[in-house]
Each structure stands twice: as structure tokens, then as C-alpha cells.
Design a binder for this molecule. Structure first.
Ligand code: AMP
Ligand code: MG
Length: 362
């Protein structure tokens, strides 16, 4: 067997992780084993980034295709200089402003760094997390840690240790349980090998804040997923973060979205299907009579609250065996951009536009 038959679960205080636990987990990393751990974004599936066999194990455990590169996590910003070459001038102000934190920088990879870390690309994606457990683990391991999200490929990312175990029990050596992650959404991926820099994935550091530092920063919209379009960020495949149930997204004036969701839910339920509804708190009361499973994510404009629980809500509805999940597509201000991106990927880019004349009605 190429993975452990059993997974060890270690509990830590997320604010002040017990040194003996961290030391033990770091021994596993140094031995080339897999350790899942909490970060401020989502749980990471960690391995020694400088050990190509350990990196290979990450791909296998996640069932991740070999063309989907991993993010390398460091404890000091100066560690970057050991992993990357031709470091552009943007790095210093970016690291000053956003590290430690949920910003991943794509740079030219140094020659000695294993190429499977970056799925064979000449680049490397690096981030310095702020979560005390992540930082302590990297420091104690005395090596950078490669850590993609600790979920099975295409599934919603794991924001609790229970989610990690749901997907990866028996496939990782250790899970460090440090409670739920604070942000609940992955890092922003910023490609600094292009000039001006390009946001490859919206995430925890919002584009409005990046723009204050780099006014010319560009974004790419990949979730539109035209198969002929070259993918600027390998691995940002269209179907991602997806629940098993079919996710249907609605966009338009609030009242039209509410009635489209209610009507669709009623139709499915009349046909004997189980329906889940993701909603903002303000709208929850509209759906109570339908007989659907309803999860209120948070107040409409509280993107931080919605982001924190989004992946868990998709998993919870799957756990209840729903056939379809109906949800509104929210605005894209601030963290809303990352939420929108995750919903669009989970729905494979399909959105129902309601309450507006369609173009061919003119
Ligand atoms: P995950 O760690 O699961 O959140 O996924 C990491 C994502 O970061 C990948 O799916 C890529 O889209 C992106 N990424 C990682 N390394 C690179 C790289 N060298 N170049 C471009 N994108 C990258
Ligand atoms: Mg992922």
C-alpha cells in the first residue's frame, strides 16, 4: 500500500499550539510523511516541499492530477529567496503588506527545487501563512511545506479536521485538529512572472487591497472555462470545490432570484427530489414552507461570515443526501469575488439569469 492504513489525529490549541504536538508532527514531515494542518484559509495537506517523493505522495493522497501545482508554505519571508529566482521588486512591498497572510505569489522556481512541486512548471507558488499552528509546524520542520487544500480533488475544501478525515482518512499519516479555519476560503494567487502581475485566483487578500499597491494588477476570469482557452493558472479547472449534488446558481434582482429559487425548489420537491437551499440570512424566511434543507450562510453583506461557512455548508447538504442545491450568486465586492469564484466553479460556470430581458427578446 502506498498510503498509511491509519491516520493519527493530534489536537492542538489553535492560538498557542502545544510544542510537544508540533515537534511530533514535524518529525512526520521530516520523515517524508503527510500531515494535514489548519491554516487561516483552509486545512492544508502538508509534505516536505524539498522531498520529491513526499510531494508525489500529496498528489496521490488527494487524487490530484499531476498538472495541478502545489503551494509551498514558508515561515519567514526570507525563505522565499531559497525557493525562487529573479525575484521582482513587487515582492518586498507585497510581503510587507500581506505576509503573513492569505496571499500566494507565483515566481520563477530555483533550479534545486523539485519540479513536481510545480507540476513541472518553471515557476513556484509561495505563501507565508499567519495561523499559529501552520507557522509552528513549518518552523519545527525546518523545511518549507508543500500544502494544497486537504480535500480530495474537486471536492469542497476542508475547513475543519472532520472534513479532512471525511476525504482523507487512511490516506494521510497525521491530521492536526486545530478547530475550524478562520477565513474558510483559499489564498489569493498572484502571478508575478507576468508584468503587470495577474490575479490567477481571487481569495483571502482582496483585489481592492492589491490595487492600492499595484494599480495595474489584472485579473483573469477562468471559471468561464472555454475549453479552447489556454489556462493561465494550471489546475484552476472549471469543476472544483463541487458538492456531489447538482448546484444551481441564480443571479438577478433579489425578488426574482427568490421566486426562481422557491419555484424550482417546489418543482423538484413535487417530483420527489431532495432540495438544499443556500441563502443569505435576510432571505431565509422566504423558503421555510417548501420542505427544503435550508442553510443561512450569513448576512448578505457580511462576506467574511459567508466565506467562513460556505464549504462546510456544501459538505453538510451533501451529507443530508440532497439531489440539488439552489443558491443565489452574490456580488463580487471584496471577499465576495472569492465566494463568487468558488460557487461558479462548483456549478461548472452555469448560472440562471432571472428577472431580466434576455438578449434575443429585443
Ligand atoms: P490549492 O493549494 O489546492 O488551493 O491549489 C493551489 C492552486 O494554486 C493550484 O490549483 C494552482 O491554480 C495555483 N498554483 C500553484 N502553483 C502555481 C504555479 N506555479 N503557477 C500558477 N498557479 C499555481
Ligand atoms: Mg484546492
Amino acid at each position: 500500500m502506498d498510503y498509511s492504513a491509519k491516520t493519527i489525529i493530534m489536537h492542538v490549541d489553535p492560538a498557542a499550539p502545544e510544542p510537544d504536538v508540533i515537534t511530533k508532527a514535524a518529525e512526520y514531515i521530516r520523515a517524508g510523511k503527510l500531515v494535514a494542518f489548519p491554516t487561516e484559509t483552509v486545512y492544508g495537506l502538508g509534505a516536505n516541499a524539498l522531498d520529491p517523493e513526499a510531494v508525489e505522495r500529496v498528489y496521490r493522497a488527494k487524487r490530484r492530477p499531476a498538472n495541478d501545482p502545489l503551494i509551498t508554505h514558508i515561515a519567514q519571508s526570507t525563505d522565499l529567496y531559497r525557493l525562487a529566482d529573479h525575484i521582482p521588486a513587487w515582492v518586498e512591498p507585497l510581503a510587507q503588506a500581506f505576509w503573513p497572510g492569505p496571499l500566494t505569489l507565483v515566481l520563477q522556481r530555483a533550479a534545486h527545487v523539485p519540479s513536481n512541486l510545480a507540476a513541472g512548471l518553471s515557476t513556484i507558488a509561495v505563501r507565508m501563512p499567519i495561523h499559529p499552528v501552520a507557522r509552528a509546524l513549518i518552523e519545527a520542520s525546518k523545511t518549507p511545506i508543500a500544502a494544497p487544500s486537504a480535500n480530495t480533488f474537486t471536492r469542497p475544501s476542508a475547513t475543519t479536521a472532520a472534513h479532512v478525515l471525511e476525504d482523507l482518512y487512511g490516506r494521510v499519516d497525521v491530521v492536526i485538529d486545530g478547530g475550524p479555519t478562520t477565513l474558510g476560503l483559499e489564498s489569493t494567487v498572484l502571478d508575478l512572472t507576468q508584468d503587470p502581475p495577474v490575479v490567477l485566483r481571487p481569495g483571502g487578500v482582496v483585489i481592492e487591497d492589491l490595487r492600492r499597491l499595484i494599480p495595474e494588477v489584472r485579473t483573469v476570469s477562468q471559471y468561464l472555462g472555454d475549453a479552447d482557452e489556454a489556462s493561465p493558472s494550471p489546475g484552476q479547472l472549471l469543476r472544483h470545490y463541487a458538492p456531489r449534488a447538482r448546484l444551481m446558481l441564480y443571479e438577478g434582482p433579489a425578488a426574482a432570484v427568490r421566486s426562481a429559487i422557491s419555484d424550482t425548489a417546489a418543482r423538484y420537491i413535487a417530483n420527489g427530489r431532495r432540495v438544499g437551499i443556500l441563502t443569505v440570512n435576510e432571505d431565509a424566511a422566504h423558503y421555510t414552507q417548501l420542505g427544503a434543507r435550508i442553510i443561512a450562510l450569513g448576512e448578505q453583506h457580511d462576506h467574511a461570515a459567508i466565506g467562513r461557512v460556505l464549504f462546510g455548508a456544501l459538505r453538510a447538504l451533501d451529507g443530508q443526501g440532497v439531489d440539488v442545491i439552489l443558491a443565489p450568486l452574490l456580488d463580487s465586492e471584496g471577499l465576495g469575488a472569492a465566494i463568487r469564484d468558488r460557487l461558479l466553479r462548483a456549478a461548472e460556470g452555469k448560472v440562471f439569469h432571472v428577472g431580466q430581458p434576455t438578449s434575443h427578446e429585443a
